[in-house]
Design a protein around this ligand. Structure first.
Ligand SMILES: Nc1ncnc2c1ncn2[C@@H]1O[C@H](COP(=O)(O)OP(=O)(O)O)[C@@H](O)[C@H]1O
Ligand SMILES: [Mg+2]
Length: 290
């Protein structure tokens, strides 16, 4: 049994089996995902993220995630699509424990992160980078300082080390000439690139993106997508990206996951999901936005 958070009467009482044995889970996941992803599978490999029977209910009655099962492999780029309200953000927020799952298991490299104490949670969050729709930069700090602060405060790096890493990552996102600018002096696209540099500078095991371009003016979207593309293709980073950018998903995703109503409705290779969706809901959704 696995129950976390406040226990309300009724709907929120979801009981799920214990997390699977790591080798067994990896074997089942391998067989399940082998033809659904462009990831280069290695025999015996374990997924870096394992989500088993994830359920999330708000206020004891709003069911937002229903028995989500998903594995993400080292270096894999997973794009999550789905209509507004389908639970995409909630799933990402559960993965980095910004939300407490109602039931289920999330494991990072076979280490269960659900049901941990707050101190351990902070330790786990280091492993997970997040890029939000709204950038979430400190407005009074420069771009460089924004990229340094997590490194010094959370990772305990020296100022010199953190600064060198910050400059390197800001250069990588094309902002080498903006390191001393503060967020209000930067465009939305530039701010989002700072946020990406900040996340990458922490060298997380997994980078989570929650609609990173949705708040941007259309002409700024491309620069951010290009940075993400570069990271995905050359950064050997594991990424879970919630986005409505279908071009990005087609070009970059190893696997596309379609969610609706808190359920993973369909997943597969981008060309399969986009050109031959198996589920009618997927087809309808793609038809409505492409
Ligand atoms: N803190 C919360 N309290 C209550 N309901 C919430 C909360 N966060 C999200 N929800 C509800 O969960 C559902 C899924 O939300 P979300 O995960 O943000 O979907 P998506 O990211 O796919 O648009 C929505 O109906 C939303 O209203
Ligand atoms: Mg969302």
């Amino acid at each position: 049994m696995a129950l976390f958070g406040k226990k309300h009467a009724g709907l929120s009482k979801v009981e799920v089996p214990p997390a699977m044995d790591a080798d067994e889970a990896a074997r089942i996941a391998f067989e399940h995902d082998l033809h659904l992803s462009k990831h280069h599978f290695v025999e015996g490999e374990h997924p870096v993220v394992r989500i088993e029977h994830l359920n999330k209910t708000f206020d004891g009655e709003t069911i937002v995630l229903r028995d989500v099962n998903l594995n993400v492999w080292n270096g894999e780029i997973v794009v999550v699509l789905g209509p507004s309200g389908s639970g995409k953000s909630t799933m990402l927020r559960c993965i980095n424990l910004l939300e407490t799952p109602t039931a289920g298991h999330i494991l990072i490299e076979d280490d269960e992160i659900t049901g941990k104490r707050p101190k351990e949670v902070n330790f786990i969050r280091r492993e997970l980078g997040m890029v939000f729709q709204s950038f979430n930069l400190f407005p009074h700090l420069t771009a460089k300082e924004n990229v340094m602060i997590g490194q010094t405060k959370v990772l305990g790096k020296s100022k010199e080390e953190a600064e060198a890493e910050a400059i390197k990552q800001l250069e990588a996102v094309g902002l080498g000439d903006r390191i001393d600018y503060k967020p209000p002096q930067l465009s939305g696209g530039q701010q989002q690139r700072v946020a990406i540099a900040r996340a990458v500078a922490m060298h997380p095991k997994v980078l989570l993106f929650d609609e990173p371009t949705s708040a941007l003016d259309p002409e700024l979207v491309r620069d951010v997508l290009n940075v993400m593309k570069e990271l995905a293709l050359h950064g050997d980073m594991t990424m879970i990206v919630v986005t409505h950018e279908m071009g990005f998903a087609r070009d970059v995703a190893d696997r596309v996951v379609f969610m609706e109503g808190g359920v993973v409705v369909e997943q597969g290779l981008p060309e399969d999901v986009f050109d031959h969706p198996q589920n009618e809901r997927t087809a309808q959704f793609l038809g409505s936005i492409e």
